[in-house]
Design a protein around this ligand. Sequence first.
Ligand code: TPP
Ligand code: SF4
Ligand code: MG
Length: 295
Amino acid sequence: MSTKVKAPPKHQEHPMENLLRMDRIPHIWCPTCGLGTTVTALAAAFEQLNFDLKNAAIVSGIGCTGRVAGYMKMDSFHTTHGRAMPFAAGFSIARPDMKTIVFSGDGDLISIGGNHFIHSARRNLNITVICVNNFIYAMTGGQTAPTTPISANTATSPHGSYEHPFNLPLLAASSGAVYVARWTALHIRRVTTAIKEALMKPGFSFVEIIAPCSTLYARRNRLGDGLSLMKFYHDNSVIKHGADLHDVDIDFQSKIVVGKFVDIEKPTYIDSMNAGLSKKFGDKYKPYGGANGND
Ligand SMILES: Cc1ncc(C[n+]2csc(CCOP(=O)(O)OP(=O)(O)O)c2C)c(N)n1
Ligand code: SF4
Ligand SMILES: [Mg+2]
């Protein structure tokens, strides 16, 4: 009887290996965390746009979401907590020829980094911000964030949060963003389209992705595993493009309004600077960077 030993399977290339730093895989995220899906959407957006990654840089702050920058095979910056926005602001002004992307968590961007966020939007800096909202500070143990829905349990609100959360699309739009969309991590094709549109939009674009934290948020609130939570978010999403942003607050385990809310034209920070200084100094001023300026 012959005892043929089966040859080990050949290494199969992951379809997105060219976009990811494979030497960093396996990633640190928990099973059924929503973050992997959001990275897939970003990678798919790059692929579909045929985007040359040499023309973009990605910046993250600190947190589970903050690890994303380190997994993408492109210029990546893993900055300090809450400082993704100012770092990205400096980068986008210094390198107007490149697209600057911020990929970070709700806590990082809107709590400690909240002031930087609103001023980056106000100035209409040429930055695409992808904010993964899992309703808590996940990496540090599941504390209340400025996005935690009222009555949700967290490590610091064991009897249910009673703070009013921010409505992120309203915050972004009222601060000056020219593109604002919200989807859940299970709307993978919608998220991909939103990221593509945001990347192509000059100015401050904002995509909120509601994604489950299976380990801390789901467990503490007895909402099942990450998959159940993702299914809940998906099934309870109501698509309303152009919705009145005063009506898109998120309540605990309730309907979530998703869609493309804002898509407007406005001069970017560099365009406004060039226009203002050209008006003041005439031909003596050499326009900087941007679509029509010089370096
Ligand atoms: C100056 C500073 N303060 C606090 C922390 C601790 N810290 C690290 S990540 C984090 C919260 C991250 O929350 P979020 O941005 O929502 O990311 P998530 O882990 O939920 O993806 C905090 C408070 C820190 N690293 N630095
Ligand atoms: S703690 Fe939550 S957000 Fe962080 S990796 Fe685990 S499931 Fe994801
Ligand atoms: Mg978070």
